[in-house]
Design a protein around this ligand. Sequence first.
Ligand code: GRF
Length: 227
Amino acid sequence: MATKVFPNNVSLVVLISGDGSNLQAIIDAINNDQLEAEVKAVISNRSTAHGLKRAVKANIPTHVIDHKDYPTREAFDQAMIQIIDPLQPDLIILAGFMRILSEHFINHYQHRLINVHPSLLPKYKGLNTHQQAIDNKDSIHGSSVHFVSHELDSGPVVIQAEIAVLKTDSAKDLAAKVLNVEHKIYPLAIKMFAQKRISFDGKQIQLDNKPLKKPLRWKNDKLTEIN
Ligand code: GRF
């Protein structure tokens, strides 16, 4: 992929473990000139991750770092740091990356590590979020883009997307609906960071130089709430 140079160009390293549809949404947003960014590398902990094929197709360098090859979480994370640091990315993007990160990794990339989680945080941290929404008879479910903190699936949320839960929806139906909105809000959050509209000092997200008190909300295909 030819490097596009824009005033708001932001450089990314994307960490994946699986399908990589969120990675694809980011690649597409860049190629469609909706996002001024460059993906410097894609790292996967699984050699079979389909997202690696998506990266290769987009001419993005890929790295497989198999966590099973490392004796400790810290050693695995350090191997990733050795790949990431020379690239000096503005943001490290977790996109379906299924490993818990060490304290050292999170501290090392403080302020520039973001994740997408398939629930309306703080609801349903961890796994099986769609089934939990069904079991709890939620009428609204969704996804959150958030900066990463030490606690799993925590840290300040930038944007949340809502989807309606129908009585007939299975967990698989919800996963598909959630992915659909993630593909909009993840590139959008990165774009707002690239435009320097969003920043994070480790405690508080700023939007347009004002504290973001509540997450931005994406509903019916648009941002409906700002502060
Ligand atoms: C997404 O639903 C994301 O919220 C979760 O894992 C899924 C990854 O999907 N963290 P993909 O690999 O980007 O298709």
